[in-house]
Design a protein around this ligand. Structure first.
Ligand code: WT7
Length: 655
């Protein structure tokens, strides 16, 4: 129960209420009213490329583009013929004026150490590291793997790649050796940048050790650069492994940013899709920078005096677009925190906000719900009056969590921007524009100007207000993915074949009578755990690689904190015995194969899985079983009815 005594029923009523941006916020906002926003949207709709071309004037180009958009469905090229450099836009550009000695990064380490890097310093470090990469033979078009804790050097490594026209492939530091290896091999990385370790929940995560294991099966990686962060003991392969600090001492300070084509690849980032194999989503340079910069400016309303904090790890797209590229292109001061959100106490986030005077804060619903559960006393211990804008991303935010965030963290004075987007979209597509959009708790509200999103049926026809359908985007946008690395066919089949004439997001949604979007979540075999997209098939294939397992089906079950929790139904090979020890072993097995994020919360052993006559596992039934414990709806296609009753009776078993 919240302080003013609202509970679930109350919240349901409030859900219909509009939260208008405060007059104080509106007064200094860039876009100050709904009519003003609507007229920008209307103008952009008449000429989307024209809208984006105007936004592109905020970016520094080394060569002007000849054509704004070249759209040969499903392939888009933006700012054709233009040349620029992302690192020059994020760094060099700011050195010419008063931002030169402004903090670019304020870093908080988990153990309590901290560092501040000015734009001048970040530029110097990046230039030096770009020279290091060059000295290791990295050339334009090559790929560099980055497997780092959230330290400034991770940002330096990304910007250094961009500076010389190389691509990066950042792999989240929580991924296992096997997952890292797959991504290094698939992206053809030549160099890996890692650290000895990083701090998380008071422990050292031995990144270099994991990397060594991964590299045993990734012969394409010629060099490993190791940043010393945690001073833990590490293995060393002479000739292959090199210390960051030693290379930096020897590297020259100057490294001009090279002009690259607007469509030059900037990075690959792996995300889950419905076939089980992670997809290397490819993003390019010009359009990506234009849209991440504009959305940073309009959605987060970034100002020079702000301290902006996005809690996402740089291993996810949110870390790419809204820790590094968008905010730095705007010349913002970005806070970076290394560790776990509740370490050493559940008020770590609030204590950092107070210490650094954070004004714009962007996090995920799963973190908000976890904070809510720890209770209001933790945030109340801190002065959060520096906050002026809050953001949410990663999954639908339930109205109760939205209201808690708005009231307890934002003191009922900060707009909450619930931003919908994806790894593939590169930047925010559906969001309130603070200062203009009245908010409805739980709704990402309306498409950003220049974005033609809609909710449609299988044939691509708009569905009636209030009805559920598929969330699509009808027109190309600058930061859209340009393909799936190494698998051109999958780009079309995954995103453009399912619904005629549109990009299909894989999400279900409904639009209400006011035109507000309510995202319902994934409709494919992908589940969203704590805001991270995981492929059920990837987890299944990890499970069946265990010698005791014959078949596995993984589904999501609603979970209060994580959004969805992973439930695995497993059938065993003859002779294997189903005991609690085996459950633990299977959990550990999945963690080894993918990482702790993918660890099933429940494992249920079954004699058989429900299948159709053609042999397809009926996941819908399993989802229902995992959720409510019962199945509803049509089961006529089920091959063997006894399977279901056996599963139901065994369903109470504790895992
Ligand atoms: C999926 C994309 C975009 C960065 C984080 C995740 C879900 C994301 C919202 C939101 C409802 C959301 C969708 C989407 N999602 N933001 N504001 N409201 N759902 O990136 O791993 O590519 O996941 O996250 O299901 O498709 P991602």
């Amino acid at each position: 129960m919240t302080q003013d005594g609202s509970h679930a029923i109350d919240v349901l009523l409030r859900e219909k209420r509009l939260y208008k941006p405060s007059a104080a916020f509106q007064k200094r906002a860039r876009i100050r009213s709904l009519p003003a926003l609507r007229s920008i949207i209307a103008r952009a709709r008449r000429n989307p490329p024209g809208f984006w071309a105007k936004a592109a004037r905020d970016i520094q180009w080394m060569k002007p583009w000849k054509k704004i958009l070249d759209w040969r469905p499903p392939h888009a090229r933006w700012f054709v013929g233009g040349a620029l450099n992302v690192s020059a836009n994020c760094l060099d550009r700011h050195l010419e004026g008063p931002r030169r000695n402004k903090a670019a990064l304020i870093w908080e380490g988990e153990p309590g150490d901290s560092r501040v890097l000015t734009y001048h310093e970040l530029h110097a470090e990046t230039s030096r590291f770009a020279n290091v990469l060059k000295s290791l033979g990295v050339r334009k078009g090559d790929c560099v793997g980055i497997y780092m804790p959230a330290v400034p050097e991770a940002v330096v490594a990304m910007l250094a790649c961009a500076r010389i026209g190389a691509m990066h492939n950042v792999v989240f530091g929580g991924f296992s050796a096997q997952a890292l290896r797959e991504r290094l091999v698939d992206s053809k990385a030549r160099v890996l940048v890692t650290a000895d370790g990083g701090w998380r929940r008071g422990q050292i995560v031995p990144l270099k050790g994991v990397a060594d294991e991964a590299l045993a099966g990734a012969p394409g990686v010629e060099h490993v650069v190791v940043f010393k962060r945690a001073a833990n003991a590490v293995g060393w392969v002479e000739g292959r492994d090199l210390w960051w600090h030693e290379l930096m001492l020897a590297a020259p300070r100057d490294c001009p940013a090279v002009p690259v084509d607007a469509e030059n690849p900037l990075y690959i980032l792996y995300t889950s899709g419905s076939t089980g194999k992670p997809k290397g989503v490819l993003h390019t340079t010009g359009g990506y920078l234009v849209q991440t910069a504009l959305t940073s400016k309009w959605v987060f309303d970034l100002r020079d005096e702000d301290v902006y904090w996005c809690t996402a790890d740089i291993g996810w797209v949110t870390g790419h677009s809204y820790v590094v590229y968008g905010p730095l292109a705007c010349g913002a001061t970005v806070l970076l925190y290394e560790g776990a959100p509740f370490h050493p106490e559940p008020d770590r986030l609030w204590s950092i906000i107070e210490k650094r005077g954070v004004s714009v804060f962007y996090t995920a619903p799963t973190a908000i719900r976890a904070c809510m559960r720890f209770g209001d006393d933790w945030p109340r211990k801190h002065d959060l009056s520096s906050l002026r804008l809050l953001g949410s991303v990663g999954e639908p935010i339930n109205p109760e969590a939205w209201l808690w965030y708005y009231r307890v963290i934002g003191g009922s004075r900060c707009p909450v921007v619930d931003t919908w987007w994806q790894t593939e979209t590169g930047a925010i597509l559906i969001t309130p524009v603070p200062g203009a959009t009245p908010m409805k708790p739980g709704s990402a509200t309306m498409p950003f100007p220049g974005i033609e999103a809609d909710v449609v049926d299988r044939q691509g026809r708009p569905v009636k207000p209030g009805k559920g359908g598929y969330l699509v985007v009808r027109k190309p946008w600058p930061s859209m993915l340009r393909g799936i690395f190494g698998d051109p066919k999958r780009y079309k089949s995954q995103y453009f074949d399912p619904i005629p004439g549109a990009y299909f997001s894989g999400d279900g949604a409904r639009k209400d009578a006011d035109g507000y979007f309510w995202v319902l979540g994934r409709i494919d075999d992908v589940i969203n755990v704590s805001g991270h997209r995981l492929s059920t098939m990837e987890i299944e294939s990890a499970l069946v690689s265990h010698p005791a397992v014959s078949e596995a089906a993984v589904v999501g079950r609603p979970d209060e904190i994580q959004g969805q929790a992973i439930t695995a139904f497993v059938t065993l090979k003859a002779g294997a015995s189903s005991n609690a020890g085996l459950k633990d072993e299977l959990r550990a097995h999945v963690v080894r194969a993918i990482g702790p994020l993918a660890k099933p919360s429940d494992i249920r052993f079954a004699e058989a899985l429900p299948k159709t006559r053609s042999g397809k596992i009926m996941r819908r039934l399993l989802r229902e079983l995992a959720g409510s414990g019962r199945t509803q709806g049509d089961i006529t296609t089920l091959e063997d009815f006894t399977v279901l009753s056996k599963l139901q009776s065994g369903g109470e078993e504790e895992s």
